[in-house]
Write a protein that binds this ligand. Structure first.
Ligand code: C2O
Ligand code: CU
Ligand code: CU
Length: 459
């Protein structure tokens, strides 16, 4: 029993409740101490059927972020589930193994509710497993750490605060909401007891707008084994890893040589966030973009002997899209429209219309090119497909965000790519199997909610 909540009002928590009616290959793990929805594990090739019952006081949808599903089960705003209604969706799990997630995608006539609803609790992890990945015998169970990074602001009585009115809220919308408390899986960063062995750390940035700069406290490189769309072909070391909203990273960390009693921390390092990022005085957050903080401490308390090592060859399947197959380059300019907000090719979200240059042919391979003409980074996301990043050009000017660029992860498969200020980023996609309406948008949820989102039509 909920009461209507307006943006800006302290809120109660909204939760997904999930029940699984499936064979032993699918599992559900509750997150009882958190507002997050349960972690759903599915096996590739399975057909899933989901009843979604909306007990909220407003419209909602459930979007399966990153999954290759038909347009009518994609949870798009044009197919809202009204309060009290139940919608049943079904799809076959076609994607290769990877870490995905599900979250609200409601956007009514009054504007977007994705930022608010996800913030209030409507988000959860969805893991796809397949034979290829299981064959690699990567760390599982307690040796696989799943981390959902989010930031929230609380009142003195522990109620969630979203946008809190006035000038501050205006700034928060433009920059994206930044909470002043970091939460990992819905709880403050904590210490985990670990053993002298390798761990697989799978991280989702489930924040509305915050960009993380993941690094280890002892300065060791971050070994990345996969991204949004599953495992890389080979592991890759970075000094730190940049993780924008909605992106996922698969990280390998080996504590085999660690001393008993020692602690390794996963941190988010500091970076210069430019004019739009900080806005310290004008925005409401006590923890501005680019602040440094801890995310997790791994305390080595047990000594074990294991022969597990990082496979040199990870994914065998699904190589890159051949760029020579591309039939066209489609260009998108990210800009700011005075008095309105951020726009894509000068256009803002339209609940009913697709422009002529937003129609693609089923079966085609295309290169999409995003040019960022704004002083803010935008994590651009395309529904229903995984793509390969094929080009990134800084044009010399990142206006203060350069402290993130060495950590940008462009290998492998992605559904969300961070386009830095002044940058042009290109990626290749193949529009396979499903026609119909899909969405592309900035995954800074306040940008998305205020209109930096468009439909495109596959036909
Ligand atoms: Cu996370 Cu439109 O999606
Ligand atoms: Cu999505
Ligand atoms: Cu944006």
């Amino acid at each position: 029993d909920s009461v209507p909540i307006l943006p800006g009002a302290p809120s109660e928590v909204w939760r997904y409740r999930v029940e699984l009616l499936k064979g032993p290959e699918s599992t559900l793990s509750e997150n009882p101490d958190s507002y997050l929805g349960p972690t759903i594990r599915l096996r590739r090739g399975q057909t899933v059927k989901i009843h979604i019952h909306n007990e909220l006081p407003e419209d909602t949808t459930v979007h399966w972020h990153g999954l290759h599903v038909p347009s009518d089960v994609d949870g798009q705003p044009r197919l809202p589930i009204r309060p009290g209604e139940t919608m049943t969706v079904g799809f076959e799990v076609l994607d290769r193994a990877g870490l995905f997630w599900y979250h609200s995608h409601a956007h009514g006539e009054q504007g977007g509710r994705v930022g608010f609803q996800s913030y209030a609790g409507l988000a959860g992890l969805l893991i796809v497993e397949d034979d290829e990945e299981l064959g690699l015998k990567l760390p599982i169970g307690e040796n696989e750490l799943l981390l959902v990074l989010q930031d929230r602001t609380f009142t003195g009585t522990n109620e969630l605060v979203y946008l809190d009115g006035g000038m501050g809220a205006m700034m928060d919308r433009m920059r994206g909401f930044l909470g002043d408390q970091i939460l990992v899986n819905g709880a403050p960063p904590a210490t985990r007891k670990v053993a002298t062995r390798p761990y697989r750390v799978r991280v989702l940035n489930g924040s509305n707008a915050r960009i993380y700069k993941l690094a280890w406290s002892d300065g060791r490189p971050v070994t990345i084994i996969g991204a949004d769309g599953g495992l890389f072909e080979n592991p890759e070391d970075k000094p730190y890893a940049t993780l924008a909203p909605a992106q996922r990273l698969d990280i390998w960390v080996d504590l085999s040589d660690s001393r008993l009693g020692s602690t390794l921390e996963l941190i988010s390092g500091s970076y210069e966030a430019g004019m739009m990022g900080g806005m310290g005085m004008m925005g409401n957050s006590g923890l501005p973009a680019g602040s440094q903080f801890n995310l997790m401490a791994l305390k080595v308390t047990e000594s074990v002997d294991t022969a597990e090592t990082l496979p040199v060859q990870l994914a065998l399947e699904r190589k890159r899209i051949p760029i020579t197959d591309a039939t066209r380059i489609r260009q998108f300019e990210l800009s700011h429209v005075m008095m309105q907000g951020f726009a894509i090719n000068g256009r803002r979200f339209d609940r009913t219309n697709v422009a002529d240059d937003e129609r693609v042919r089923l079966g085609d391979t295309e290169i999409w090119e995003f040019r960022n003409r704004t002083p803010m980074p935008h994590p651009m996301h395309v529904h229903g497909l995984q793509f390969n990043v094929i080009g990134r050009d800084a044009n010399g000017n990142r206006r203060g965000w350069s402290g993130l660029t060495q950590g940008l992860v462009d290998s492998g498969w992605h559904d969300t790519v961070l386009v830095m200020p002044g940058e042009t980023v290109q990626f290749a996609m193949k529009f396979e199997r499903f026609d119909g309406l899909y969405i592309y948008h900035c995954h800074n949820m306040e940008h998305e909610d205020t209109g930096m989102m468009r439909y495109f039509q596959v036909q």
